[in-house]
Design a binder for this molecule. Structure first.
Ligand code: PHE
Length: 344
């Protein structure tokens, strides 16, 4: 029995086969276990000679099984190491890299340009109330500007303290939030998403604006014009850009001005810049902050003045990067982004 069991252990080709041999010899019904049971029926003399033989057999078989098990496990490990080896010389698969969307890139550029002029970045909620979005900005309940803005309102059941909730129609409520939470002097820009119920090639229901606000003592239109000129020249990276200010009307600024940038024609294409413009393109609305707005924020308009402006970011990006369809900005089409060099 000893020799045949040792041979069976050596012949076991894998771990399941070896386990079969173990159960056949040492298991409850195994051949070695059966021999051990015979010891009970023996005389003391027989047991004295047979006991050590049978126990010796059991130990020899267990030892052989343990050794074979270790050998089989080592072989299995060697095989795995050989088959799973990583070939470090293979080229790595392309890892798709993300990129910064043109709108986000323009927001970053704006923050950098204005940081150099001493402005910090402020934010406000996209879900606003009508007091911050309209009333505090001198747009009373009945004012046609409320309708002009094509506002997305939330249901009356969302009203808080008698204020209707809405998607902000411009970034100007951040002016109010800043003036009511920080003491002047104030120099901030507020880039972000804005919403109006409007949709065609040049309007999307969601779009981006950047607000600018300066509140200090002795601020006048000259500061506004210089700031806008400096900003536009830095943004379009040309020193020969001229601005034109046209009198306009916003309820929250007085006086108000719409600002155009001069463009020149290059083979029929409009290029921003040129000391002698061929035409003008409107880029933003601006003005001196209305005394009523300053008072609504709890500041004394006789002590504090300032200017504000609001500018469409998507429009700026289109002009800077020569893009022509606003809607494509929000389609997330990688081919479009690649075409303008914004995705790998
Ligand atoms: N909020 C105005 C708009 O959306 C722009 C603006 C901002 C005008 C600040 C004047 C001052 O059209």
């Amino acid at each position: 029995l000893h020799d045949s069991l040792i041979a069976a252990v050596a012949d076991a080709a894998d771990l399941p086969a070896l386990e079969g041999v173990r159960v056949g010899a040492l298991g409850k019904q195994g051949s070695v276990s059966a021999l051990l049971k015979t010891l009970g029926g023996m005389t003391p003399e027989q047991r004295q000679t047979e006991g050590p033989r049978i126990n010796g057999l059991r130990e020899a078989v267990s030892a052989a099984i343990a050794a074979r098990k270790a050998a089989l496990e080592q072989a299995a490990l060697d095989q795995r190491l050989a088959s799973e080896r990583i070939d470090l010389s293979l080229p790595a698969p392309d890892a798709p890299a993300g990129s910064v969307h043109p709108v986000s890139q323009v927001m970053d550029e704006l923050a950098e340009i204005f940081a150099d002029l001493g402005f910090s970045v402020a934010t406000g909620p996209e879900i606003e109330d009508d007091w911050h979005n309209f009333t505090a900005l001198n747009i009373p309940e009945s004012h046609p500007a409320r309708a002009m803005h094509d506002t997305f309102y939330f249901g009356d059941d969302t009203a808080r303290d008698g204020r209707r909730m809405l998607l902000r129609t411009h970034t100007s409520p951040v002016q109010i939030r800043t003036m009511t939470s920080k003491a002047p002097p104030i120099r901030i820009i507020a880039p972000g998403r804005t919403y109006r119920s409007d949709s065609d090639a040049t309007h999307t229901p969601m779009f981006h604006q950047v607000e600018g606000l300066v509140i200090d003592r002795g601020i006048h239109m000259g500061h506004l014009k210089w700031t806008l000129e400096t900003f536009v020249r830095a943004f379009f990276e040309r020193d020969d850009i001229v601005l034109r200010m046209r009198p306009s009307y916003f309820p929250f600024t007085e006086p108000s001005a719409e600002v155009d940038v001069g463009y020149t024609l290059d083979k029929g294409r409009r290029v921003i810049g040129g000391a002698m413009p061929d035409g003008w393109m409107e880029i933003l609305g601006s003005g001196m902050v209305h005394p009523k707005v300053i008072a609504a924020c709890g500041l004394d308009p006789d002590e504090w003045q300032g200017f504000a402006f609001g500018c469409g970011i998507d429009r700026l990006a289109m002009l800077k990067y020569g893009m022509d369809d606003l809607r494509a900005f929000f389609d997330g089409d990688l081919r479009w982004l690649r075409h303008y060099g914004f995705a790998a």
